[in-house]
Ligand binder design. Structure first.
Ligand code: ADP
Ligand code: MG
Ligand code: MG
Ligand code: MG
Ligand code: MG
Ligand code: MG
Length: 681
């Protein structure tokens, strides 16, 4: 959970004096945690999702869709509504959900009130749970406000009115943005502090340049007429004309454009730390594939983009590196940092024999002092690298009240660094004073427009994570190839026409199909601890699967022979004539080991069948792009005008409510969550 303590935030000039203090105590805190939980074993699978919403007002009179800036009031209402169950069909087992603030003052995040267990019943309740949360949010909004699960708001930062109430960007004292008023930000001090301190540390505003989609009548070169090129209120106003804004790109200049996007995240608890590290690694190469498949953000600041995803925009939006760190100015002691603090994973961290050193082939700058300190305290080299890599970042958000902590009982400073490293996966140590075990968070996916889709991706990933552990699947490819896949995932139509590096042989040596006899426990903990009495034929998804030791006969070929380029469809269903069973293949094999009823199996299949490339389904990004391009008011000049955006959001709301049929996006027999509300319990 992000740090949302209230207090007095330090300016960057103040905060930087405490940077080493925060890092030093953050590491001491981590070491205390490590001592406490390094041998912890036997935690069952608990897991949960995070769904983000933007609250939008559809103004029928002006034909405008506007972001409603009422986060504070809405969250207040939802807090008071805790336990206010809205529907007689809501299962009694469902606890009151939690709503959190997010960066945008138009955003909400919801999580289930308590994590799901590994039971099949919980697996099949995810969609109902999501739907319940949406219904609850809807109920506590004004009549004209709607919670959308939509990744990037198409007209954020356009001239004219895109928020309710309307504010001018000319008073953007935190961000100095040409486009976004400060009122776009959550009132929680964390967010304006981050925004201001990021700009101060970097020494300029961020420069986000998303390539524009060149349509039939897009002027070339495209020089954006909506940029106030000659504004001179803040010293940074000249950055746009002095090179920050690129031609043929959609230029954006502050955190809000990235952190104001919505996404879908999943967190899984592991049996023990080694299992968490194995799962983290296995999901690293899966992250870009799922980004491609969930692509949902083809419009930025009023223009169609030539990409389908949010990732690079959000990475640039949170990029606090100095010019020296970005390699733009010579630096004294080689301080180049290749990536933003928001970007894909740089390092595999498992000590399993399958993780060969050659896979970690990218640059991983790390804090040498912290690295040595960790090694001295008996942290192994890979974990020490991982932590000291996170700790190259400065703390941007420090509250004066929180500078001094009891390092034996607090993880505050550790989390200050950890939770402002936004990578595709997050390795989460157990917090102090809680029952929570080692967890892994999967963070690459874009949020989908319906609960059905979001639940489908959640169900798929949790099943895949079980298949990975149960069958000892090996997904390793060099990190440099995962990085290449991140770039490819964002390209237009990547889910259908893109190719991605993926491992050819994922089963353990000597196996030609997923192993059906799954070992009963990791050997370090009693099976009773995790299975709560489940028998060999599992009735629930679980963790606690031992890894297979390195067989003596394994021959190592060149790394380059281990992977090849595949389409997303091949990655999911396997490649004809190859030994690769596909991600769906291994998930199906895992389901075979479970004791699921025919009815439950049909429901699971509905989710798995959503994988769009398998049928003729489109990603949300493709659908949105087609919607814009076939709108009668679209002029084929890349511009997504107010009226088109309004009609788009009306359509999205109708899709979500099941009023509008979109067979190109959802299965023919799709029934919205409310229509199935009681049927699946
Ligand atoms: P953050 O914002 O830091 O990523 P949140 O608290 O918003 O984290 O969400 C964490 C998710 O993890 C929620 O879906 C929650 O239900 C789930 N969760 C809570 N406890 C556990 C646990 N012990 N193991 C796995 N997941 C958990
Ligand atoms: Mg969260
Ligand atoms: Mg968070
Ligand atoms: Mg969030
Ligand atoms: Mg999260
Ligand atoms: Mg789809």
């Amino acid at each position: 959970m992000g740090l949302l303590h209230l207090g007095t935030p330090l300016t960057w000039d103040e905060a930087k004096q405490y940077a080493d203090h925060v890092r030093e105590h953050g590491i001491i805190q981590f070491l205390h945690t490590w001592d406490r939980v390094k041998d912890r074993c036997g935690d069952e699978l608990l897991w949960g999702d995070e769904v983000e919403y933007m609250v939008i007002i559809l103004d029928d009179e002006t034909k405008n869709a506007k972001l409603s800036l009422r986060q504070t009031e809405i969250l207040q209402e939802l807090r008071m509504a805790k336990g206010d169950f809205t529907d007689d069909n809501t299962p009694a087992s469902m606890t009151a959900p939690t709503f959190h603030p997010e960066y945008g003052r138009y955003m909400l995040e919801s999580t289930p009130g308590s994590p799901y267990t590994g039971s099949i019943q919980d697996l099949l309740s995810v969609e109902i749970n999501m739907h319940y949360r949406r219904t609850l949010a809807r109920k506590h909004l004004r009549a004209n406000e709607i919670p959308f699960t939509f990744t990037s708001f198409p007209r954020l930062g356009t001239p004219g009115v895109f928020t309710e109430p309307h504010f001018s960007p000319n008073n953007a004292k935190s961000s100095h943005s040409l486009f976004l008023p400060d009122e776009i930000m959550s009132l929680h001090p964390r967010f304006p502090t981050f925004t201001t301190n990021l700009r101060s540390r970097r020494g300029s505003k961020v420069a986000i340049n998303v390539p524009i989609f060149i349509d039939e009548r897009t002027p070339r070169p495209f020089v954006d007429p909506t940029i106030p090129w000659h504004r001179s209120i803040y010293s940074e106003d000249s950055e746009a004309k002095n090179g920050a804004a690129l031609n043929d790109h959609i230029y954006m200049d502050t955190v809000g454009f990235g952190m104001g996007c919505c996404c879908l995240q999943l967190t899984f608890q592991s049996c023990n730390v080694d299992e968490a590290r194995r799962m983290y690694d296995a999901l690293v190469p899966v992250a870009p594939i799922m980004l491609a498949l969930t692509a949902a953000s083809p419009v930025w600041r009023g223009y169609l983009a030539d990409v389908d995803c949010r990732w690079n925009a959000i990475a640039s939006s949170a990029d606090d590196r100095t010019p020296e760190e970005r390699g733009l100015k010579p630096s004294k002691n080689n301080t180049i940092i290749p990536k933003s603090r928001y970007d894909s994973v740089d390092l595999y961290i498992s000590n399993d024999w399958t993780n060969k050193p050659e896979y970690n082939d990218g640059p991983v700058p790390y804090n040498g002092t912290i690295f040595r300190r960790l090694l001295n305290d008996d942290i192994d080299e890979l974990l020490a690298k991982h932590i000291s890599h996170l700790f190259i970042r400065d703390p941007l958000i420090i509250f004066s009240e929180a500078i001094h902590q009891d390092d034996t009982t607090s993880n505050h400073h550790f989390e200050t660094i950890q939770s402002c490293n936004w990578q595709t996966l997050r390795f989460k140590p157990p917090p102090p004073n809680s029952e929570i075990g080692w967890r892994v968070e999967f963070r690459s996916m874009e949020v989908q427009m319906t609960d059905f889709e979001n639940a489908a991706f959640a169900v798929f990933i949790v099943l895949l994570s079980r298949a990975i552990l149960a069958f000892n699947l090996n997904f390793y490819i060099p990190i440099s190839k995962v990085d290449a896949n991140m770039g490819r995932a964002q390209m237009r139509d990547a889910a259908r026409s893109g190719k991605f590096y993926f491992r050819k042989i994922v089963l353990p040596p000597g196996h030609t199909s997923p192993i059906i006899s799954i070992p009963s426990s990791c050997g370090s903990c009693s099976p009773v601890q995790w299975s709560r009495g489940a028998t060999a034929k599992e009735k629930k998804l679980r963790n606690c699967f031992p890894s297979i030791p390195r067989p003596p006969y394994v021959e190592d070929g060149p790394i380059e022979d281990e992977y090849e380029e595949m389409t997303v469809e091949e990655i999911f269903v396997g490649k004809a004539g190859s030994k690769f069973p596909g991600l769906l293949g291994v998930v199906e094999a895992y389901i075979e080991t479970l004791d699921v009823s025919v009815g439950d199996r049909l429901q699971i299949n509905k989710y798995l069948e959503l994988i769009p490339v398998l049928g003729s389904l489109q990603t949300p990004a493709t659908w949105i792009r087609n919607f814009v391009r076939s709108h009668p008011s679209y002029k084929f000049d890349s511009a997504v005008i107010q009226e088109v955006n309004y009609d788009l959001m009306v359509a999205v709301d109708e899709i979500e409510r099941g009023v509008r049929r979109v067979p190109e996006l959802l299965p023919e027999d799709y029934v919205p969550s409310n229509g199935r509300h009681s049927g699946t319990t």
